[in-house]
Design a protein. Structure first.
Length: 380
């Protein structure tokens, strides 16, 4: 036999498999209707364990692991199909549908917005690009921004989540586990870090430089050229500029935005000192209520998956089956829960697509718990 003969054999087996798969899913549908009529839960872990053990004994030993993997995927697909038929995801689907219907066609131009830091912060710059006339309330911590949204003090908050060179803002992702909010828009902001000081200051006189830890890491190569200068992290780049201004000293400087020159009476000793000139920070705009504006083509989710082999793979395979692209995957440990992680997903999918609505209906069966964080568009 040659390769073409073997391929013909494979094709014949595959036709049998597809016929049997369709028949299996049909029977799963009948089971779903029976379970719904009789008030039986779709998920039956004991039955699945028994079946996986049985499958492993019905094939040659060398194929046992492969067979279990194949049938695990089949069980996931069957469970998802049953949940979709029984419409267990209806409450979330209904909420998303209502938000699409009730959200105004235009993103608001005027709003009370919470930001971390002080005037001149990059969060303010991002806010000014999102809103034409925002009334900004500044808070000292990211936690306070989330709290201001939850308590209704501000309608929106603008929070940084990641940088193209320094990576994720871990403290924000940790706060996402503790607060309830929705993402209504995001923006990628080009960030320039400049060495700012009081007029008359010389670089050779510097003893200390203040900035946020992310900005410090983004300017690491430049800072290596200043041996003997103490680098002091603080809560915000604009706060660093204000500290330099308030100090009255001409031996200190800040890594900050050029906007802070105007606000705090500083001058630029050296411009754009970040290591990478293509330096972007992504900010999310959050709200207490679910708002989905026209053009939403990105969705954020937080999931807790079973602590067992293959659980993440099975969820990713579901995205693949639905032809949904993954923009971001981040994991964070869950406090007080040993070896358990919350996974953060950014999905590239229009909110109006059938695949997205199908995913919403399947989420209850796909994970232990989940938080739908919103569907939105990103400003570039």
């Amino acid at each position: 036999m040659d390769l073409q003969d073997y391929r013909k054999e494979i094709d014949a087996v595959d036709r049998q498999l597809t016929d049997l798969f369709a028949e299996r899913m049909r029977i799963s549908g009948e089971i779903a209707r029976y379970k719904k009529t009789n008030g039986i839960r779709v998920t039956d872990p004991g039955r699945e364990r028994e079946k996986l053990f049985e499958v492993g004994t019905q094939v040659p030993e060398e194929f046992g692991g492969y067979a279990k993997q194949l049938f695990s995927v089949l069980f996931d697909l069957s469970r998802s199909y049953q949940n979709r038929l029984n419409r267990e995801g209806d409450s979330l689907t209904a909420a998303v549908t209502a938000a699409i219907r009730d959200t105004p066609q235009l993103f608001p131009q005027n709003a009370f917005v919470a930001c971390q830091g002080v005037e001149g912060a990059n969060a303010q710059i991002a806010c000014d690009k999102l809103f034409r006339n925002a009334h900004i309330l500044y808070f000292s911590t990211f936690d306070a921004v989330f709290t201001a949204i939850e308590k209704g003090l501000c309608r929106y908050g603008v929070i940084p989540v990641e940088n193209s060179t320094a990576g994720t803002v871990n403290s924000v992702y940790d706060l996402m586990l503790r607060h309830r909010f929705y993402v209504v828009r995001s923006i990628r902001l080009k960030v320039d870090h400049n060495l700012l000081a009081l007029p008359g200051t010389r670089i050779c006189d510097l003893k200390e430089i203040y900035s946020h830890e992310q900005a410090i890491s983004q300017c690491a190569e430049f800072l290596k050229t200043l041996p003997g200068v103490k680098i002091i992290p603080c809560e915000n780049t604009a706060v660093a500029a204000k500290m330099v201004s308030d100090s009255g000293r001409r031996d200190v400087a800040a890594l900050s935005s050029r906007l802070c020159m105007k606000y705090y009476g500083l001058e630029c000793l050296q411009a754009s000192v970040q290591d990478q000139q293509n330096n972007y920070t992504r900010f999310i705009c959050i709200s207490r209520s679910l708002e989905i504006y026209p053009g939403a083509d990105r969705t954020s989710l937080m999931l807790t998956l079973p602590h067992e082999p293959g659980s993440l793979y099975r969820f990713l395979s579901r995205l693949y089956a639905l032809d949904i692209n993954l923009n971001k995957l981040e994991s964070r440990p869950i406090p007080d829960r040993e070896f358990e992680f919350m996974f953060y997903f950014d999905l590239d999918t229009p909110v109006y697509s059938p695949a997205f609505l199908q995913l919403l209906g399947e989420l209850p069966a796909a994970c232990d718990e989940f938080h739908y964080l919103g569907s939105y568009s990103e400003v570039i």
